[in-house]
Write a protein that binds this ligand. Structure first.
Ligand code: 4NP
Length: 166
């Protein structure tokens, strides 16, 4: 198989607040891009929320619709990010600066190097940019989440390919 590197799997976890809009979208977009590049065997993807308001729920129907229009499937079920996830994942990708702060607090001084803002992998966006929460807004917000996830996930995938020689 192409790009096979036995024994090496990179684990990614996208994190937002509710784990029903933004992080499931980033998860689905990243899965889509990884599949296109034939790298599904060496990069694994998950998502979680810093809050636990929607545990077990599928992605928000507005996110599912917006993703479907671009050929992206969102397979997630909402779960809350746990302390043990810091060990399991290699890259923990916060969707906004408040998610980033919540993760840094939970990490309590450990694994800080694994935590990143997703959009910092998008060279076109200003450093420190967030993916805004679309939950209480209109359809436009969900389209913007898709745009921003595509741009940032493409940058993230490029980074992984270079950094890990995939
Ligand atoms: P998400 O959006 O963090 O992108 O999944 C939200 C979904 C639900 C809530 C907040 C944000 N909520 O408060 O229920």
């Amino acid at each position: 198989m192409q790009n096979e590197r036995p024994g090496m799997t990179i684990q990614l976890c996208f994190v937002c607040l509710g784990n029903i809009c933004r992080s499931p979208t980033a998860e689905g977009v990243m899965l889509h891009l990884i599949e296109q590049r034939g790298l599904s065997h060496c990069i694994k993807v998950d998502s979680a929320g810093t809050g636990g308001y929607h545990l077990g729920e599928p992605a928000d129907p507005r996110s599912v619709q917006a993703a479907r229009r671009r050929g992206v499937h969102l397979p997630s079920r909402a779960r809350q990010f746990e302390k043990s996830d810091f060990k399991r994942f290699d890259y923990i990708l916060a969707m906004d600066s408040s998610n980033l702060q919540a993760l840094e607090r939970l990490a309590a001084g450990q694994h800080l190097g694994k935590i990143h803002l997703l959009r910092d992998f998008d060279a076109q966006s200003a450093r420190g940019s967030s993916v805004p929460d679309p939950y209480y807004g209109g359809d436009r917000g969900f389209e913007e989440v898709l745009d921003q996830c595509f741009e940032a996930c493409q940058g993230l995938l490029q980074h992984l390919i270079q950094q890990h020689q995939l």
